[in-house]
Design a protein around this ligand. Sequence first.
Ligand code: CP
Ligand code: NVA
Length: 306
Amino acid sequence: MNDLLTVGQCEADQLQSLIDLSLALEEKPKPVLQGKNILFVFEKPSLRTRVGTEAAINHLGGNVIQADPLVVLETEQDPYESRESIKDTMRNISQWCDAIFARVYAHETLEQMADYAEIPVVNALCDKHHPMQALADMLTLQERFGREEKVALTFVGDANNVAFSLIEIALKFGHDVRFTGPEKYYWSQDQLQYFGLLAVDHGSSFTHTFEPAEAVKNSDVIYTDTFVSMGEEHMMEEKLNHFKPYQVNGKLMEQANNGAGFMHCLPAHRGIEVTDEVIDHSNSWVHQQARNRMVVSKGVFGWLCT
Ligand code: CP
Ligand code: NVA
C-alpha cells in the first residue's frame, strides 16, 4: 500500500493490520515518525481530522506542515488562473516531505496528487470517500462488540462520502449492513451493485429501503451524518425537505434493538439529522469515534512513513 485514498483499495486483513498497528502505537507510543514531515493540505474546514491527526503525528515524534491549498492544488485549467500545476507541486513536495494528508473537493484531485507524488498521499475526506473515518468507526465497533460478532449496522440519511466508506469497511468485515435514505439522493445502480458484490465476497449482507422504520428494525447500531455535506450548501433547503423523515430521534431509536448504539462522524447538526436526546444518550458513541480518529491516524502514518 503506497497511498490510502479509499477503503475499497484495501483487503480486510490490511485494514485490520492498520487497526492493530494503531492500537499498538497508541498503547506504547514509539518515535516512528521522528524526523518525518507530513504536509496537510485542506480545501475544506476540519476539526477531528486535522487536530486528531496532528496530535497523533506529534505523539509519534513527527512534524506537521500546514500548506495553503490554493498554492498546492491546481484549481483552474487556465495556467494564469492557477498558480502552478499539481504535477510540479507534487514533485517539489516529494523532495521535502514524507507524506501528504489532503482534504479536497474532488476525488480526482487526490488521484492526480497520488500519480505525481513520490510520497504517500492519504485521503482526509473528499466528495466520495472518508477512509480515515471508516477505520476509526471499525475500531469503535470492534471495541463495542469484539471482533467476532456480526453487527447489524444501519446508516440513515445521505448516500455520501462517510456512508460509502463505512458501508465498504463494514461489508469487508462481514457485517449485516443496511441503508435508508430518500430516493432523490440515493446510490446509483452501479454503487448498489458494488455493495451487493462486496457482500457476496465477504459473507456479509447489504439491504436498503426508503423506509427508515423498516431499515432500523433489529439493528444493533444506527449511524447518521449531516444531510448537507461541505460544498453542498447551495442545496440545503431542497435537501433538508427530502431528509425530514430520516431524522434519528428517540422514536426511530425505539424501533431498533434494545440498547442499540448511535454513531455519527461529527460535526452534527443537532435538531436536524439527530436530536439531542439521541446524541447525548449514554448509548451514543460519537466521542469514542472522535477519539479513535486520532488512534487510527497513528497506524496509517506509522505504516506508510516507515
Ligand atoms: N468527522 C470528521 O471528519 O470531522 P472533521 O470534519 O471535523 O474533520
Ligand atoms: N459528509 C460530511 C462529512 C464531514 C466529516 C461532509 O463531507 O461534509
